[in-house]
Ligand binder design. Structure first.
Ligand code: F3S
Length: 667
């Protein structure tokens, strides 16, 4: 009878087209949990889920038939226990572990992200959501603090904020249940910000829900009738019915068989158009397929390939695809990404970056939109593995080739020492630097470059093989050449430098002025008399020098080092005049006399004829180096910085002074 009615309806209603809303049915979190339960039951013959995996009786019955049994407490589990996508409190996991129960955590990565946020928050936590929902109960059970509030209305939020203020709480963290109404969430955020400036708000509503709602609304606006498929208890399916009802009549059904042909006929006026199908997050694809088949029979829609229709609503991925992905969770081993498909996307740490020393959180953060290449797909488990480093490498090789064209110098980190050279990672790409191009001497250790940041030039790119060769030595040479050119362009007499002593010769020292060496003559090193520059400087010393003269043609720079204010001649002139007597130290003996230090840096000559009133043939018979004697300053030649001393003059002066003293006594 039912069949006959449907056939009759064919004649009247064949001008309707059935369309399935994008993102209808399982979200990836639920699909992942169902797939894990199915594969576990297939492996062990049976498994349990802590609570119903999904709010759909038909699907629950199907899973039961496959050996997946829901239990209310961990103690009831008689096999591997699956934690459903809603997640559970941390204490539940601790209990399961303490009892040695084997379990698989199928908590959706979006929910796990909320667990991670609240478990780190020291401040009070507000959760926008339904306090009776298992997901919210799980979130509460991950909060570090006991100041946790679940709010479901604006009024509850206002009351909670007032209470927190009264308790003197000055910081807050606010998250939302993944399926929370996004319009309500926006208004919660405004209210919370009005009360609290020190509040951290995390947008934790899952896109899968909002996208499903958006696509449902788009389709409902065009449709003459919407068929909403899902469990009567499923809040997200009820929400889809509510949204659809704003635009057209709705049939809310749990399965295809429940659809009443008469109801469809009564709701459609027969003038043709679109009939839409959407489904809640807990509705498996085969139920949507069944609904589609029944509706096609009622409406006599063209013989449409259902799976092709369903497939149209899902973004597809293939191995080798370069896809955009949203990072939804990051842990020590991998990043979990949302591809906008039914799959769960995983990028292992080793596929995130070319740098083997990088941990996932160094490379990506939750919320980042990244590009990655699909490396493998496991449709049975709904899992896709991707590689970010492969995309980075392709983009990087292009950038490095462009840098070579433009003769750019690049920066990168040395990540490994390999046979014949080192590996530098730059722009997400491995660059091989041959040992001869590292700038490390033959007897040096390449390991010293590890984990350092270096500058290099690209010298060879084979794009087809993704092979890039670089040279640190070339980059250094170019930098040196540029520094030298700038030096000769800007050098001036009197210019001051602080340079490192590179080598020491008997006549002076060479100082590195930044790629160019200048020479300080030994007489310019110090005001004191020295025999060898080593007496005052060592290799590696830093010297303050100034340019005395330079020759750009011959690339020579002559430097001075002595400071005028330290000039001992000035000190000497301030202290002594001709006729003064000084205590001097003999510093050298010559055939024509002896040199004596008057003050450090100023020596005077005691000519052989000025040593004694008697004739002297050999100075060394009278004076020795180191002797301290009194001498009279008999001449100062300022122009030539020369001083003449005399011991004899003191002896000649002595009788005259005695006579003068005697004359004075007689008077
Ligand atoms: Fe996860 Fe979003 Fe589904 S939170 S379980 S993917 S609705």
């Amino acid at each position: 009878m039912l069949r006959r009615i449907r056939q009759q309806s064919v004649k009247r209603m064949s001008n309707y087209t059935i369309r399935i809303a994008e993102n209808a049915g399982f979200c990836f979190g639920v699909k992942r949990a169902v797939d894990l339960a199915e594969s576990t039951a297939a492996k062990y013959g049976h498994c349990c889920t802590l609570g119903q995996l999904i709010h759909n009786e038909t699907e629950t019955d199907r899973l039961k038939a496959l050996g997946v049994t829901p239990v209310d407490t961990p103690d009831e589990a008689d096999g591997v226990l699956i934690i459903r996508s809603h997640g559970v409190a941390a204490s539940v996991i601790d209990y399961i572990k303490s009892k040695g129960i084997r379990y698989i955590d199928a908590t959706c990565p979006f929910v796990a992200k909320i667990h991670s946020i609240v478990s780190k928050s020291d401040s009070a936590v507000i959760i926008a959501g339904d306090k009776n929902h298992p997901e919210v109960q799980g979130i509460v059970g991950h909060c570090k603090t006991d100041r946790v509030y679940v709010v479901q209305s604006e009024e509850e939020l206002e009351n909670c904020l007032d209470e927190l203020k009264a308790f003197g709480e000055n910081a807050l963290t606010m998250v939302a249940q993944t399926t929370f109404n996004s319009a309500k969430w926006q208004s919660y955020k405004i209210i919370a910000k009005k009360h609290y400036t020190n509040i951290e708000i995390f947008d934790t509503i899952c896109n899968a829900t909002t996208d499903r709602q958006r696509y449902t609304e788009q389709l409902a606006k065009e449709a003459e009738l919407m068929v909403v498929v899902g469990g009567k208890n499923s809040s997200n399916t009820k929400k889809l019915a509510e949204i659809s009802q704003r635009h057209c009549p709705v049939i809310f059904t749990q399965t295809g068989e429940c659809i009443d042909t008469a109801e469809v006929q009564s709701l459609l006026c027969g003038r043709g158009g679109i009939v839409g199908i959407t489904a809640g997050a807990s509705t498996p694809a085969y139920i949507i397929k069944e609904v589609h088949r029944i509706m096609s029979e009622i409406l006599n829609d063209e013989d449409i390939d259902f799976m092709a229709e369903v497939d149209k609503t899902f973004k597809k991925v293939y191995i080798g695809n370069r896809v955009k992905a949203l990072v939804v969770a990051v842990n020590n081993n991998e990043a979990v990404v949302d591809l906008g498909t039914k799959h769960s996307g995983y990028i292992l740490a080793s596929e995130l970056s070319q740098n083997p020393n990088a941990v996932p959180s160094d490379v990506v953060s939750v919320g980042d939109e990244i590009e990655a290449i699909v490396t493998s797909i496991n449709d049975a488990d709904g899992v896709v593995y991707l590689s970010k480093k492969k995309v980075d490498s392709v983009i990087g090789v292009e950038k490095l080739a462009a840098a070579m064209e433009a003769n750019e110098t690049l920066t990168g980190e040395v990540t490994a020492v390999v046979k014949g050279g080192v590996i530098v990672v730059s722009n997400g790409t491995r660059v091989f630097i041959p040992a001869s191009q590292t700038g490390v001497p033959k007897d040096g250790k390449l390991e010293e470059l590890l984990k350092t940041t270096v500058q290099f030039k690209v010298i060879e790119v084979t794009e087809s093989r993704g092979r890039v060769v670089g040279s640190i030595r070339l980059a250094k040479k170019e930098a040196n050449d540029a520094a030298k050119a700038k030096f000769w362009e800007t050098i001036e007499e009197g210019q001051k430098f602080t340079g490192e002593v590179k080598s020491i010769e008997s006549y002076g020292v060479f100082v590195d002025l930044g790629g160019v060496d200048g020479m300080v003559h030994s007489s310019e090193l110090t005001w004191n008399r020295i025999k060898h520059p080593k007496e005052v400087v060592s290799i590696g010393d830093k010297l303050d020098v100034y340019v005395k003269s330079f020759d750009p043609e011959k690339k020579r720079v002559s430097l001075g080092c002595k400071k005028p204010e330290d000039n001992p001649w000035i000190k000497f002139m301030a202290e002594y005049s001709e006729g003064d007597v000084a205590e001097v130290t003999i510093v050298s003996i010559t055939p024509f006399g002896a040199f004596a230090q008057i003050v450090p840096g100023v020596d005077g000559l005691i000519h052989i004829s000025q040593i004694s009133t008697e004739r002297i043939n050999n100075v060394a018979q009278v004076l020795s180096i180191g002797d301290v004697v009194s001498a009279k300053i008999i001449e100062i030649n300022e122009e030539q910085n020369r001083v003449s001393l005399s011991i004899r003059a003191l002896k000649e002066d002595a009788p005259a002074e005695e006579e003068a003293e005697e004359a004075a006594d007689e008077e």
